[in-house]
Structure formats: C-alpha cells, structure tokens
Design a protein around this ligand. Structure first.
Ligand code: RNT
Ligand code: ZN
Length: 416
C-alpha cells in the first residue's frame, strides 16, 4: 500500500474523505495578486509606491515592464497547484506605442494583454482601481477629498474600473471582483472625522452608479485601521466599510484584509459573523507582523483558522479569496509561490478536518472530547494528502526552490 492509501484510511476513521477534499479544492479559486511581482509599482508612472502602503527591501530582479511581469507570473503559476485567478491593479494598464491616458480615462483595451494572459491559462481576472501612487492624491485624500475636482477625478477612475471589470468578466466568463481601497486618512488628529466619511460614502455611491451586472462584477469595499503616514485616522474604517456594504448589499461586498485590524482581532472570527448577514464576502489574506506589514502568507494559525471558517460554514462559494502581500526583500517569484501554496495547504487541511464530528461534540457540550479530537487532528499525516493533491495537479509537493533558483540565475539576475 502506498503512503496516500494508508493515510486515507487513517482519515476515514474520523469520517474524513480525503479524495473528496482533494476534488473540492481543485474547484476553489484563489486570486493571485500581480503586485508582488514588482513591489506594487505598475506601468503607468515612473515614481515609487506612495499612499499609506510601502514595500521594503531591494532584492535584485524586480519585474519592471509587462513582459517581465507576465514571465514571472508564468513561472510562478507553473509551480502552484490549484485553480487560480489573477488580481490586477489599474496602475498595470498597458499602453501601446507611446499612448498614455490618465486613470480617469482608462479603457478595457489598456488591459487586453491581461485578458490574453488569463485566457491562455484558463483563469479569471479580478481588478482594483488604484487610488495611490499618483499626483492627484491631494493632501493624502482621493474620494474623500474636500476638493471637488479631486473627488471627480477619482470617481471617474472608479467608474472606468467598473467598465474594465465588466470587460474582464465578459471575456473570461468568470465574475470579476473589483476592490475599492483608498489610503485616505490623516497623519495626526483630525478636527472633522465625519466630513471625509460622508464624502467618501457619496463618492463610492457615485462609482457604483455606473451600470453593471452584479452577477458578473463584484465591487468590494476594503477597510483598514491605519496606514503608514496616516496613523491617526483612516476614512475607510471597519465600521464605515461594513456599514456601507450592508446598506448597499445589492451592489457591493465587504472585503476584509486580515492585516487591517488591531493585533488581537482575528478575521477568522469575523468571517462567520459576516456570513450571517451577507450572501457573499471577500478577503485579502496576508500575514501581518505586529501591524499591516504584508509579509508572505505562511501556514500559520490564523491562515488555518481563516480556511477552517470558510470550509466549516460551507462557504467556499460565498467567500472570494484573494492574496495580498508584498515582500521586496526576497525572490519575488518565490514569494508568490510560497504564499499561494500556503493558502492551498490551509484550505486542504481545513477540508480534511472532521468538521461534522467536531460540531456535534460542541452542540452536545462534549467540550473535553472536542478539545482532544482537535488536538489529535493536528498529528494526522496531512503531508501525504498534500502530496497526493500536488501530484494530481501536476506540480511538485515541495522542493520547488531549485526551479526558482534556476529562474533567478537565467532570468532575474540578468535584469538591470
Ligand atoms: C492596502 C490594502 C490594499 C493594497 C492593494 C495593493 O493596505 O491592503 O488591498 O494592498 O490594493
Ligand atoms: Zn488588502
């Protein structure tokens, strides 16, 4: 008997069907963010990243143009098991022959290469308006600016992005999640906390007045507790975005990024809370160290708990899972692959838990036994299930670093 066959029997004793877990995971999309490939810079400006987020590190080989980003994503995708989507930011618009338009004038054609790339890989695409790294961010504000012209520019950008999201959904035949995040906020104590929020509310409503089919385009609002340089106040706070999404349930979803809460708050506990009220919700899965530091996702406790809450609540088709981290201090292809694999491992592990049994133990108040079974499950031979899953997906279960190293030597190290 091979290892997987015997592992399967061990899991079966807990009522877990590992073959079924593998099949289920194969159909779950995880959205891979293009921005880990180039430190969140994009192609539409020469400057660096500004606006409440930051990448640190200067590992050699950063992709600096569309060809390089596509090549790196290609390499990364070849080393990942599972179903993927690619998450694109508006600043990754691709202009032909010296053409340039500002963000309020972006059109679907500026993203055609992304559609071609997605089609080649049989993937869907997600999208994000880019409300940062741009001269029209006025005094740190975009959609919530007191300056009408500034707000108008960014509203037009948001509307253009809805049209582009619609194009993505139509071309790929897969719904496009479009996330609205702004770094709007203040470094120091504001005198008016409500005014910017009222303007933000009206601006997002104006963006969402652009017509779209909510089955195809899924606008989201992402909250945050604070950003770099805007430590005192964030316009799009947790209460603001959750209330907004709740008031506009027929046209947008709440998005939770697990780096965007106070350090002892956990998104894993918020998922079931939101599932009681929202038909669908979206996530940015990341790894914060002390604060929203956007480290590469690993299989840590919270990643496992997030996956478990999605699986236990039978919500794999109600939660849009996307990754969001950016580490410039290590090989970026490795970062893409390791983070994506971590999410896959957490999901597969969650699918291999005796969730039904554990729930029964809780509901009959057998809490000591529940604790013992939960602890026992940590020692199950999960590695064999992972190995089988990767085998079926046609990728190595581990040991992918050699390939990354070879790519670094032949491609990344040759870049200027
Ligand atoms: C920033 C938010 C946001 C960004 C991306 C690039 O704190 O998490 O989602 O990371 O839009
Ligand atoms: Zn995020």
């Amino acid at each position: 008997m091979n290892r997987y066959e015997s592992t399967k029997e061990i899991y079966a004793k807990y009522g877990v069907d590992t073959d079924a877990a593998i099949e289920t995971l194969k159909a779950v999309s995880v959205s891979l963010h293009c921005w880990q490939a180039d430190d969140v810079i994009g192609f539409d400006h020469d400057g660096g990243l500004t606006g409440g987020i930051q990448t640190t590190g200067n590992y050699p080989g950063r992709a600096t143009n569309p060809d390089e980003v596509f090549a790196d994503l290609d390499k990364a995708l070849s080393l990942m098991p599972g179903k993927k989507k690619i998450n694109v930011h508006a600043c990754y618009a691709i202009f032909e022959d010296g053409e340039f338009v500002d963000r309020d004038k972006l059109e679907p054609k500026h993203f055609k290469p992304w559609v071609d790339f997605a089609k080649e890989h049989g993937m869907g695409l997600d999208f994000n308006p880019t409300f940062f790294s741009h001269p029209k961010v006025k005094d740190g504000l975009t959609l919530s600016s007191p300056d009408e012209e500034t707000r108008k520019f960014w509203i037009e950008h948001g509307k253009a992005c809805i049209r582009i999201s619609d194009y993505f959904a139509k071309e790929t035949g897969i719904p496009c999640v479009m996330n609205i995040w702004t770094g709007d906020g203040f470094k120091d104590i504001p005198a008016d906390r409500m005014g910017p929020r009222m303007r933000y509310k009206e601006s997002i409503e104006a963006i969402l007045s652009e017509p779209y089919d909510f089955d195809k385009v899924k606008p989201c609002v992402e909250s945050k507790v604070f950003g770099i340089g805007v430590e005192a106040y964030t316009v799009g706070s947790a209460e603001f975005t959750l209330s907004f999404a709740s008031e506009h349930k027929d046209k947008c979803l709440p998005l939770m990024d697990n780096g965007h809460y106070h350090p002892t708050e956990v998104v894993s506990d918020k998922i079931p809370a939101l599932l009681c009220f929202f038909p669908e919700l979206a996530l940015h899965v990341t790894r914060g160290i002390r604060w929203d530091s956007d480290h590469v996702l690993l299989v840590d406790d919270e990643t496992n708990e997030i996956a478990k809450e999605i699986v236990r609540n039978d919500a794999l088709d109600r939660v849009y899972i996307a990754l969001d981290y950016f580490d410039a201090s290590i090989n970026r292809v490795s970062a893409l692959v390791t983070g994506f694999r971590s999410m896959q491992k957490a999901l597969l592990n969650a699918l291999c838990q005796p969730n039904k049994l554990l729930k029964e133990l809780q509901d009959t108040n057998q809490m000591s036994k529940k604790m013992v079974v939960m602890e026992d499950c940590k020692m199950l031979p999960f590695g064999d299930v992972w190995e089988e899953y990767c085998r079926q997906c046609g990728v190595a279960a581990g040991d992918y670093y050699d390939e990354i190293e070879a790519y670094e030597q032949t491609v990344l190290s040759k870049r200027k």
